[in-house]
Design a protein around this ligand. Structure first.
Ligand code: PLP
Length: 284
């Protein structure tokens, strides 16, 4: 396996970052996770746009333009002979002496690695997965805005630990006002009175790329979509629930806390539409 490190591809064993890297010391950096289908990176422009937005929100200069980043991603796929892949692109503040001042770091560290895509078990899609609503609240958007896809993941990890402790796959987090936000690595959707509901961006969530695709597919299919503030009870009373991200696509949910759900028709219809959309995307 070859890893893209700064400006070149190196064997994975040689892909080393300093212990003085501020990504390691302080979680100071940003990242993107992408999926390639048949050699095409889905929604690549949107991922790159979000990468640069995250970087700009933390005052990080990637020192590469979008075209160079794209070329680096495809070079990583090609060198590793990958067509269906999981891709992780990380940019940290870089090497610098101890201290929080970003100016201590002269150059960002830029890393891309890609692995053969490993599909989630088919059973998850057929039966759904179990979620909990965690005690851990989502970072306050006024403190660390979840729209920054940052390396600072402890908020999500604490919620994930709760999920694991309760035998659940994913944890949903509420914001400080008690409104639903998102999962640790996913956005949340549920169906209520045939309306597709999802927490709005101002609840303090990442504006997931899959989330945006799902919203526009739902609208195209004539399904009413409501982006709003919702509480726990709205979710418990839903007729169907699913979560989304770039690797899992649309993942049905069979349980949230003590409440059980079946995989609903809207979830199935949207996943079928999503897969058709992927096929269309990779053709063009
Ligand atoms: N929310 C969080 C916290 C995430 O980490 C992710 C993906 O990693 C998502 C939502 C979904 O984003 P996307 O659909 O762009 O993969």
């Amino acid at each position: 396996m070859y890893v893209y490190l700064d400006d070149r591809l190196v064997p994975a064993d040689d892909a080393k970052v300093s212990v003085f890297d501020h990504g390691f010391l302080y979680g100071d950096g940003v990242y993107e996770t992408m999926r390639a289908y048949s050699g095409v990176v889905l929604m690549l422009d949107e991922h790159i746009k979000r990468l640069f937005r995250s970087a700009s929100m933390i005052g990080l200069d990637i020192k590469k333009d979008a075209g160079t980043v794209k070329t680096a991603i495809y070079k990583t796929l090609d060198t590793n002979l990958l067509k269906n892949a999981y891709i992780r692109l990380t940019v940290s503040r870089g090497y610098g002496s101890i201290g929080l001042d970003p100016e201590l770091c002269k150059e960002a560290t830029f890393v891309i690695f890609a692995n053969e895509f490993r599909a989630y078990p088919e059973e998850y899609y057929e039966k759904g997965i179990k979620l909990i609503i965690a005690e851990t609240r989502r970072n306050l958007k006024e403190a660390l805005n979840p729209q920054i896809k940052s390396l600072n993941f402890l908020n999500n990890i604490l919620a994930k630990i709760e999920a694991k402790g309760k035998g659940a796959y994913e944890a949903l987090m509420l914001n400080s006002k008690g409104n639903l936000t998102e999962g640790t690595i996913s956005n949340l959707f549920f169906v209520s009175n045939n309306t597709l509901c999802t927490p709005s961006i101002d609840c303090g969530i990442l504006d997931g790329i899959t989330r945006n695709v799902v919203i526009s597919l739902a609208k195209k299919k004539g399904i009413a979509v409501k982006e709003d503030k919702f509480g726990k009870e709205d979710l418990y009373n839903a007729s169907g629930v699913f979560i989304t991200n770039s690797t899992m696509e649309i993942m049905p949910v069979c349980q949230v806390d003590e409440v059980e759900y079946t995989v609903g028709n809207i979830t199935k219809l949207l996943h079928t539409a999503y897969k058709a959309n992927v096929r269309e995307y990779i053709k063009n």
